[in-house]
Design a binder for this molecule. Structure first.
Ligand SMILES: Cc1ncc(COP(=O)(O)O)c(C=O)c1O
Length: 376
């Protein structure tokens, strides 16, 4: 495979997300303006922010940013964190420093494409499919069966994009045991953590509980602040973190200073920010669920346990891809057909639609979609 192959999801979104009236498939909760951020965090932060020097911050991040990130972990400290320009840069850098030819990786499918395509550009990769007929459950036995003597990393993403699925704490412990016995790293994409509808479903952050666990996070999803473009990796292994630091020397080197300052303010005020996001997400998921229930002959929803995305089975005769094309062309409403989630590792059913419920204008978008559906 030649790298980089087209990142189908990003291509699809970059053509449509900013052009359509109703992007009903965004992967993040509606963002907020700076006034609202200062409202939630405390107005006293505004003046110091205006005095931010537009310098290069340190490569790993300012001490204040690293402290704020560390405060979201149990065991991880500021010394165990490297910040990046979004989660995407961190994904690229991490796999470059974990995998080489001759290694093997195991990745769940469907997936956020870079979690599969960056490993595939470096070594052999096996896919383990979540079960579409059983609420996207993970069979940990299938992970065990996929491991090889040269497996270097297991890649997981819970809460999961695009299904909102989660595994249990017992399953996470099982995965850790499987990997610990064999010296395998686990790369855990946790960008949707803190968006669980039932807090009892929340998993610990892997880097806190596994010495070879690499936890990925970002401000984009749970906090609804994608424009800050600050992501981070947390890991207890200091040697590997020095290697990761070397990779960043060749990428962004460091983040934008205003992004770091605003992220520090946001993380230190995370409780009201997260409450605001979750209150809206619950309400919007209820609207979307009620809407889809009006068309039981077309849509089968398996309720997400977290996040702002659903992966809905579409049962109309023309298929999910044709449906999504007609919907966007004729009603200006964008949903994403599952063909965009195609994998080189496993067949991913093309019968699904990624429908998001994070946007402010959800009810308006559903109104347009309903009018269009009722005319068909
Ligand atoms: C599972 C997952 N990981 C990583 C990312 C990348 O996050 P960002 O775009 O903020 O870098 C996304 C974005 O949609 C995602 O859904």
């Amino acid at each position: 495979m030649s790298f980089p192959e087209d990142f189908r999801l990003i291509s699809y979104l970059s053509h449509l997300e900013h052009a359509v009236r109703f992007p009903l498939s965004s992967s993040y909760p509606e963002s907020m303006d700076l006034d609202t951020l200062f409202e939630l965090a405390g107005k006293e932060h505004r003046a110091p922010f205006m005095q931010t020097m537009l310098d290069y911050p340190p490569l790993r991040g300012t001490p204040a940013l690293l402290d704020a990130i560390a405060s979201t972990y149990q065991k991880i400290t500021a010394q165990d964190i490297i910040s990046f320009a979004g989660a995407d840069e961190a994904i690229y850098a991490s796999f470059q420093m974990l995998l080489k030819s001759g290694d093997h990786a195991v990745v769940i499918t469907p997936n956020y494409q870079s979690l599969e395509s960056v490993p595939l550009s470096l070594c052999d990769v096996s896919g383990v499919a979540l079960d579409a007929d059983n609420d996207w459950a993970l069979d940990t036995g299938k992970i065990r069966d996929a491991l090889r003597p040269n497996t270097k990393v297991l890649v997981i993403n819970f809460p999961h994009n695009p299904t909102g699925a989660l595994i249990s704490r017992a399953q996470l412990d099982e995965l850790i045991d499987l990997c610990r016995e064999r010296g395998i790293w686990i790369f855990s994409d946790e960008v949707y953590r803190l968006t669980e509808f039932d807090p009892a479903d929340r998993l610990p952050q892997l880097a806190d509980i596994y010495e070879r666990g690499i936890s990925l996070n970002v401000t984009s999803k749970a906090y609804g602040l994608p424009g800050l473009r600050i992501g981070w990796v947390a890991c207890q292994d200091k040697t590997w973190m020095l290697e990761l630091e070397r990779m960043k020397q060749y990428l962004s080197i460091c983040n934008s200073m205003p992004g770091e300052v605003l992220t520090t303010i946001a993380l230190n005020a995370r409780i009201p920010i997260l409450e605001r996001v979750m209150e809206r997400s619950r309400r919007r998921l209820a609207s979307l669920t009620a809407f889809l229930a009006r068309y039981p002959h077309l849509f089968q929803l398996s309720l997400p346990k977290a996040g702002v995305l659903t992966f809905v089975r579409y049962t109309g005769a023309e298929g999910a891809e044709a449906f999504a094309t007609q919907l966007v062309q004729q009603a200006g409403v964008m949903v994403i057909p599952s063909v965009v989630y195609g994998s080189a590792l496993n067949a991913v059913s093309e019968d699904f639609l990624r429908i998001g419920f994070g946007r402010e204008n959800l009810d308006e978008a559903l109104g347009e979609m309903g009018k269009w559906l009722d005319k068909q």
